[in-house]
Design a protein. Structure first.
Length: 370
């Protein structure tokens, strides 16, 4: 029996963060840094020292503007019946933001990055990538929630594209409040899921280690369990290589423990680092091998637009020796990416811009004789 295993960072299925639609890297990075700073400031017991900075960030990004056509990138969510975080006064052509809360205990709420609904062509092209890869087991990265995954499965894959839907899908909410979770679509029964959302960070008391999660999906293959460890390690935005390395080392420990239950354990997902980086080497040191280093692979070296160098390789399928010898073919589906001018990769005719692209990531897949 041939089984196709794949991984694809879909960058959300129906709704995507507005910040990622910004064309300029510097502008996008500035928004993310300001968002992170505001979240951090609002977690403090007292706002006395940083009241002006909080107000400045709220004003800078027009957080108070809730109009439908607002350009704001993040918003403050508050529950009714509690003190508000801030109020707004308008003076002619100016806006004055007053921080009303004295500290974290004085209001109930949080800060959210704003989402936009994806246009139908982008959703359809995401479905096109998934249907063209046609994996038996597909690890998806950056998925909103399980019900959204099911709607995508039935309404897009089956309904719009006429492909057979996946009978099994699973997602456990992780630690990232932006709704970019790790999920699984499978044609084989998912018999158990073991999350690691509560794994502690040894260097940050009280904090969780994984930015999202490292779920252990156990899938039944003709009586033989396959364990797939799904990953989305710490991003290089606000780069934290120490945290990413700690996450990779913990994935290696989870992998070794899973191999005591079955020899068929694979690691998949977006590791957010290149093949010679310390986090990836920490995983390869266990004996795992990168599918794109297999002699069966003949494609471009990267997995992230424009996929032209190994520095652009951040998505992985890693197999242990018992599975490595079963690999028959390895491929990369790049046609959901838009890049201009065109590099070595090609895209679907329906992918005409970044707005209609499925993702900036390619889908990586491998066929195994099981």
């Amino acid at each position: 029996m041939t089984v196709r295993i794949a991984t694809f960072n879909a960058e959300n299925l129906f709704r995507r963060l507005k910040v990622f639609a910004l064309q300029e890297d510097e502008e996008r990075q500035e928004v993310l840094e300001d968002y992170t700073e505001l979240v951090s400031l609002l977690e403090q017991e007292s706002y006395a020292r940083d009241r002006k900075r909080i107000a400045a960030l709220i004003k800078k990004h027009a957080v108070y503007d809730g109009d439908r056509d607002s350009t704001r990138q993040f918003s403050v969510q508050e529950t009714r019946g509690r003190h508000t975080l801030f109020s707004v006064r308008r003076r002619q052509d100016d806006v004055v933001v007053d921080v009303e809360a004295e500290g974290r205990a004085d209001w109930t709420g949080w800060v959210d990055l704003v989402r936009d609904d994806l246009d139908w062509p982008a959703v359809r092209n995401t479905g096109r990538v998934v249907s063209e890869v046609d994996a038996d087991i597909l690890l998806l990265v950056e998925v909103e929630d399980r019900l959204t995954l099911e709607r995508f499965n039935t309404q897009v894959l089956a309904g719009a594209l006429g492909r057979r839907p996946y009978p099994y899908n699973m997602l456990v909410d992780g630690n990232d409040g932006r709704g970019i979770d790790v999920a699984l679509l499978s044609r084989h029964p998912i018999t158990s899921v073991r999350p690691h959302v509560f794994d502690p960070d040894p260097e940050r008391p009280g904090e969780h280690l994984f930015s999202r999660d490292c779920p252990e999906f156990e899938i039944q293959l003709n009586g033989t369990p396959l364990v797939l460890l799904g990953n989305h390690l710490k991003s290089k935005a606000n780069d934290d290589p120490v945290l990413r390395l700690a996450q990779a080392r913990r994935v290696a420990e989870i992998y070794e423990a899973a191999r005591e239950r079955t020899p068929h354990v694979a690691v998949a997902g977006d590791l957010n680092d290149h093949p010679e980086s310390e986090p990836v080497e920490a995983l390869l040191d266990t004996g795992l091998r990168d599918a794109m280093s297999h002699s069966a692979y003949r494609g471009v070296p990267g997995t992230y637009a424009p996929c032209d160098t190994e520095q652009r390789k951040i998505d992985y399928l890693l197999f242990p020796p018992p599975l490595w010898h079963r690999v028959q073919h390895v491929g990369l589906e790049t046609r959901g990416i838009f890049w201009f001018p065109p590099p070595e990769i090609k895209h679907f005719d329906e992918v005409t811009s970044k707005a209609t692209a499925a993702s900036d990531h390619a889908a990586l897949y491998a066929d195994l004789d099981m």
